[in-house]
Design a protein around this ligand. Structure first.
Ligand SMILES: Cc1ncc(COP(=O)(O)O)c(C=O)c1O
Length: 380
């Protein structure tokens, strides 16, 4: 059980805490601790991907950090942060204009995007830019690398080098470096290949640009439980130690820093039995926390929440043969948010799902049936 769950269980069962249900509850201290721990493990700065949790109160705590944003709304949230990186293949003129005014660093997806940015900047100064590499660069430079899932971000090797030459020949803009992100959850399988490909790319880019670059963003793809991967980190540190002195390495993280700082809370509104199966119907479900339903996974491994009953402790029936299926408040058959061992669940019980601090609140279908949005609270 995590510290935040422990506090919530005590506060809710003892009546000291009362939250509107359903809701998200965040602890910014956990966010800070996660960022510090990941930076310590990596030995590099970690840029925070605001898309993982664009809530105002949490992001106020990121003011001294580098952050990565992908929309105008996120940029507005991040505008006072130490360094802002903007990255989106579909960046529009409004986002570009605002980013120029905010002195943000643009991560360039295509040469056309760069040309548009330069045209929009006019006489205003532009920060040196960062080129986004497509994952195809890894297989182009390392024939022994395992296949990484293809995506549509950034440039292949030929386009990257052409973009570097374009910048070399353009007085308006300089090249800061490049960004190579293998995708979410890729750290364990691909991080050393990403690092090796990035190392091989540096002289090629520098040759095309005609000068040294200063920054390489290696993405990361760190999972929620990254600290359990000591062996992967040991191999990765070796790969990082080969980078030349003039290069500053940075990483980027969303879920690894936000996930464990947030809890989703929903309340049981009723129970029923159908053909021997016990169900608990909750006031929150896929509309407020789509990811719990795991509709995008072929094998749904349902989550088990902690259950709190006001004024008492509920012993967990770990050996129970039966389980209660926890369902949400829409009319979708897929609105199944978890399982609970045993059948000791009743109306009024409060369910707490941990590890819901990243993506859960925003990656959701909140207009379905016009149900109410989850409230959110920050405790520390
Ligand atoms: C470019 C980039 N960096 C970082 C992230 C954050 O990913 P994660 O939350 O898996 O760390 C994303 C997620 O989509 C991304 O697109």
């Amino acid at each position: 059980m995590t510290g935040i769950i422990n506090r919530l269980e005590q506060g809710l069962s003892g009546g000291q805490f009362s939250f509107e249900s359903p809701c998200y509850i965040y602890d910014p201290t956990v966010l800070k601790d996660n960022i510090n721990a990941l930076e310590k493990e990596l030995g590099t700065p970690v840029i925070i991907s605001i898309k993982a949790n664009p809530s105002v109160e949490l992001n106020l705590r990121l003011i001294d950090r580098g952050v990565e944003v992908a929309s105008l709304k996120e940029l507005n949230l991040a505008v006072n942060c130490n360094k802002i990186y903007i990255n989106n293949p579909s960046m529009d003129k409004n986002l570009m204009r605002a980013g120029i005014a905010a002195k943000a660093f643009f991560i360039i997806d295509t040469q056309e995007q760069l040309q548009q940015l330069i045209a929009l900047a006019g006489n205003r100064p532009l920060q040196p830019v960062i080129l986004r590499c497509n994952v195809d660069v890894v297989s182009s430079l390392l024939p022994d690398a395992p296949a990484i899932r293809k995506d549509h971000f950034g440039m292949d090797l030929t386009s990257l080098l052409a973009a570097a030459r374009y910048i070399r020949d353009n007085e308006k803009v300089q090249l800061l470096g490049f960004h190579l992100f293998g995708g979410s959850h890729t750290f364990q399988r691909f991080a050393t290949y990403i690092a090796r490909a990035a190392l091989a790319l540096i002289p090629l880019i520098e040759e095309s640009y005609g000068s040294d670059i200063a920054l390489v963003n290696l993405g990361g793809g760190f999972g929620e439980h990254w600290w359990g991967l000591q062996e992967s980190f040991a191999a990765y540190h070796q790969a990082l130690s080969r980078f030349p002195q003039h290069i500053e390495l940075v990483h980027e993280a969303g879920r690894a820093t936000f996930a464990s700082c947030g809890v989703f809370m929903t309340t049981v509104v009723g129970t029923k039995r159908i053909a021997g199966q016990h169900y608990a119907i909750c006031d929150g479900g896929m509309n407020q926390n789509f990811l719990l339903c795991q509709t995008e996974n072929s094998f749904r491994r349902m989550r088990q929440p902690y259950c709190v009953r006001k004024g008492s402790q509920i012993p967990l029936e770990n050996n129970a043969d039966q389980k209660t299926i926890l369902v949400g408040s829409t009319c979708s058959r897929d609105d199944v948010i978890g399982h609970y061992p045993g059948e000791d669940i009743q109306a009024g019980d409060i369910l707490l799902f941990d590890q819901c601090g990243a993506y859960h609140s925003t990656y959701t279908v909140n207009r379905f049936l016009g149900l109410k949005e989850a409230a959110y609270y920050v405790i520390s």
